[in-house]
Design a protein around this ligand. Sequence first.
Ligand code: FAD
Length: 289
Amino acid sequence: MRISEILAKDTVGISCELFPPKFGSQLANVKETVREMAELKPTYMSITYGATGGTSEYTIDIANEIQNVNHIPALAHLTCVSSTKEKVHSVIEQLKQSGIENILALRGDIPTDADFPLPNQYQYASELIYDIKQQGEFCIGAACYPEGHPEADSMEEDLNYLKEKVEAGCGFLTTQMFFDNSIYYNFMYKVLKKKISVPVVPGIMPVTNASQIKRIVSLSGTMAPPRFKAIVDRFADSPAAMRQAGIAYATEQIIDLIANGVNHVHIYTMNKPDVAGEILRNLSEIYIR
Ligand code: FAD
């Protein structure tokens, strides 16, 4: 099923993100994670794409497992920064062969040790989106950044390029994680002012251990609000308490979003079905599966 059809429904939906294994020896474990996650009945499941492009076959394999074995619509991520156009075309063709209809088209982070872009590469996600559009009837999504992409000089500039992605053929957007919902609400105001009218799915990350948050904040530039920092400060040394507080915080964020009219939320599960399961149990009268 196409994600755009899922997002058009006037009911609450929760989807989940997984990441693929780095090595073939971990493939069976990730497939078991897919099975456990599928039992939670998310509306769709996304599978990320390794930054170097070297593990693309695992993304295709897991997307196939999600959709054709566990019968949950799959959203396959696809980055272009470390691949030639030929390699990207071949991945798109393989997704098509597996019946995967949904692609989240991304540039990826530019490697520090490589020349970019080479002549046979896409420079921006908008170019990739345009090309995927030419290659079949895919439902294409893209990333957006409520706090601005770290490379962008201004939010205004970032939003202009976001509009280019939508005009190139992207039918929905998923946000970078945020820990303060007012950041999403402010962003939506700017998005609508730019006349970007595709659905913008908020991405929520349950932070269940303290080291995770330090890495996230330094990599993505995401702001940690004082209320969130207080939780990390208080519970960092107690893994069980940190996990419980992180699940409660993410649950509260999701409830607030839904209460304010958002119908669909994407959870960055970090391949933890137990964490996603607790959040969904907290929402059992809100997200009716
Ligand atoms: P783009 O949309 O190309 O934007 C990148 C930068 O270039 C921005 O600063 C933008 O303002 C600027 N820009 C865009 N177009 C132009 C233009 N025409 N001229 C000048 N500047 C321009 N990474 C992975 O490796 N694998 C994943 O699976 C993955 N999944 C993600 C999922 C989500 C929901 C999100 C939010 C991020 C994900 N990422 C993933 C990270 C992402 O690849 C990085 O954030 C990357 O740096 C930017 O990718 P993009 O597609 O947003 O790039």
